[in-house]
Design a protein around this ligand. Structure first.
Ligand code: GAL
Length: 421
C-alpha cells in the first residue's frame, strides 16, 4: 500500500515538473526574440538600437536578444549564420541582403517562410517600390522585409584638403589621378582604403567598373553577357591598379569604417564606400560640409548602385509570432524612420518623413527616385554568394599583385562557373 502511494506520488511529481518545465519553456519561447546581424560599428549599431527601441516600447514584455557577429558586409556573420541554419538552429530573424543573397542562398534552398502576409495584413504592400518588391520575391511570394536602401557608389571627400591644395573634386577617375599626384607630392594619400576584409576592395572595384562600363555594361558583365577581356573591363581593371598607387600604406590592415574616418580627419582626400560611412560620421560627430562631403563615385553620376538590408522569417524560428511583430515594425514608417536617419540609409518605403533625414540622405532619396539603378556586387544584390566569395578572393590577390591579365583570367573563370547560363 505504502509502495503504491509512493509510486503515485512519484508519477505526480514527475508529471507536475514536466508540465512546469514545459510552461517555462513556452513562456521563454513567447517572451523572447533573437535578432541576428553584423551591425556592430558606429552608426549601424545605434541605428539598430533605435529600431529595437520602437519594438520594445510596443512590446515591453518581450526580451530582445541582439545577436551580432562583427565584420563588415557580413564577412563573419554569414558563416556563423550558415552553420546555425544548416544545424537546425536558426536565429528568430536575421539580416540578409535583398537580391541574390536572400533568394539564392536561403529561399530557393527552402530555409525561409513566405511573408507576403506581413505586408498585406499591415496594408504596406504598396508602400515599397515595385523594383524593391521584385528583389525580395520568389514565385510570387515576398521573403523578407527591406529596412533600407544603401548606396554603394559614393565618394566621401575632405572639403578642407581639396580647398587647401586648390583642387577640383574629381568627377572622373582621370581627374582623380591628376589630383592624386598633387596629394602624393604633399605626402597625403588621395584614396583611403580599408581592405582588411577583402570585400572593401570588391566594393571599390564594382564602382570603378561601373564607371568604365556604364550601367548597362555593368549589369551585363555580372550577368555573364560581357566577357572579362572586353576592353572596357580591361580599362576599369587598369584604372584600379593606377588608383592603388595613391592609397594609404596601412590599407591592408585597416577596417572600412576607419578608412572613411581618415577622410573626415583630413588624413586622406577621398574614400569610396557605401553610405553606412555617413552613419559612421554621424555617430562620431563629424560634420557634413566641414569634415566631410560627398559626390557620386567618379564616373557614376546619374547611376545609383543599390543594396538593401532586410529581415526574414526562417522556417522553425523558435519565436515565430514575435518575428512577425518584429517584421511588421521593420516594415513600418515609424521603424524605418527611427533606423535609417542614424544608419545612413534611406527608407525602403517611399513615404519616409524627410524632415528626419539630413542633407546627404535627402539627396540620396532624390537620386534613388531619379537615377538609373544597378545592383551592388559586394553586398549580395547582383550575384550569388559562391560567385561573390570567389570575387573577394580574387580581389585580395589582385589588390597586392596588380596583375590585370591574371585577374581577367580568374574573373572570367569565376563567371564561367557561376554566372547564370
Ligand atoms: C553592408 C550592409 C550595411 C553595412 C555594411 C558594413 O553589407 O548592407 O548595412 O552594415 O555592410 O558592414
Amino acid at each position: 500500500m505504502q509502495k503504491k502511494f509512493f509510486i503515485v506520488l512519484l508519477v505526480l511529481v514527475v508529471a507536475t515538473s514536466m508540465v512546469f518545465a514545459q510552461g517555462t519553456k513556452d513562456q521563454k519561447k513567447s517572451d523572447s526574440l533573437e535578432i541576428f546581424s553584423w551591425w556592430t560599428a558606429g552608426g549601424e549599431a545605434e541605428g539598430l538600437d533605435a529600431m529595437i527601441k520602437v519594438f520594445e516600447n510596443r512590446y515591453p514584455g518581450i526580451e530582445l536578444i541582439n545577436a551580432t557577429v562583427a565584420g563588415g558586409a557580413g564577412t563573419n556573420a554569414k558563416a556563423v549564420l550558415a552553420t546555425r541554419m544548416q544545424g537546425g538552429n536558426p536565429p528568430d530573424t536575421f539580416q540578409v541582403h535583398a537580391g541574390h543573397e536572400l533568394i539564392d542562398t536561403w529561399v530557393v534552398s527552402d530555409f525561409m517562410e513566405p511573408i507576403t502576409f506581413v505586408l498585406k495584413d499591415a496594408g504596406y504592400m504598396d508602400k515599397f517600390p515595385s523594383d524593391v518588391i521584385d528583389i525580395i520575391s520568389y514565385k510570387g511570394e515576398v521573403y523578407s522585409i527591406p529596412v533600407n536602401i544603401h548606396r554603394s557608389n559614393v565618394m566621401w571627400y575632405s572639403p578642407s584638403l581639396f580647398k587647401q591644395y586648390n583642387l577640383k573634386v574629381p568627377s572622373t577617375w582621370a581627374e582623380f589621378l591628376q589630383a592624386a599626384e598633387v596629394f602624393k607630392r604633399n605626402g597625403i594619400p588621395a584614396l583611403a582604403l580599408g581592405d582588411n576584409e577583402s570585400w572593401a576592395a570588391t566594393h571599390l572595384l564594382e564602382n570603378v567598373l561601373l564607371s568604365s562600363l556604364g550601367a548597362d555594361g555593368y549589369r551585363d558583365l555580372w550577368q555573364g553577357k560581357i566577357k572579362w577581356n572586353d576592353s572596357r573591363v580591361r580599362d576599369g581593371l587598369t584604372t584600379y591598379t593606377k588608383i592603388l598607387g595613391y592609397v594609404n600604406r596601412d590599407h591592408a590592415a585597416l577596417a572600412n569604417m576607419d578608412a572613411a574616418g581618415y577622410v573626415a580627419e583630413g588624413k586622406a582626400a577621398i574614400n569610396i564606400m557605401g553610405d553606412w560611412a555617413a552613419g559612421y560620421y554621424y555617430s562620431q560627430g563629424f560634420e557634413q560640409g566641414k569634415d566631410w562631403d560627398w559626390a557620386p563615385a567618379p564616373g557614376t553620376s546619374g547611376v545609383f548602385n543599390m543594396l538593401s538590408d532586410s529581415f526574414g522569417l526562417p522556417k522553425n524560428a523558435p519565436n515565430r509570432d514575435n518575428v512577425i511583430k518584429w517584421l511588421t515594425i521593420c516594415a513600418s514608417r515609424e521603424g524605418q524612420d527611427a533606423f535609417n536617419p542614424i544608419k545612413g540609409s534611406i527608407p525602403a518605403r517611399t513615404d519616409g518623413d524627410r524632415s528626419k533625414y539630413d542633407r546627404y540622405l535627402n539627396a540620396a532619396m532624390d537620386d534613388f527616385a531619379r537615377d538609373t539603378i544597378v545592383p551592388s556586387v559586394a553586398h549580395g544584390a547582383a550575384i550569388s554568394e559562391p560567385w561573390l566569395t570567389r570575387v573577394n578572393d580574387i580581389m585580395a590577390l589582385f589588390t597586392t599583385e596588380l596583375n590585370v591579365d591574371k585577374a581577367i583570367t580568374e574573373f572570367q573563370a569565376a563567371a564561367d562557373r557561376y554566372a547564370p547560363k
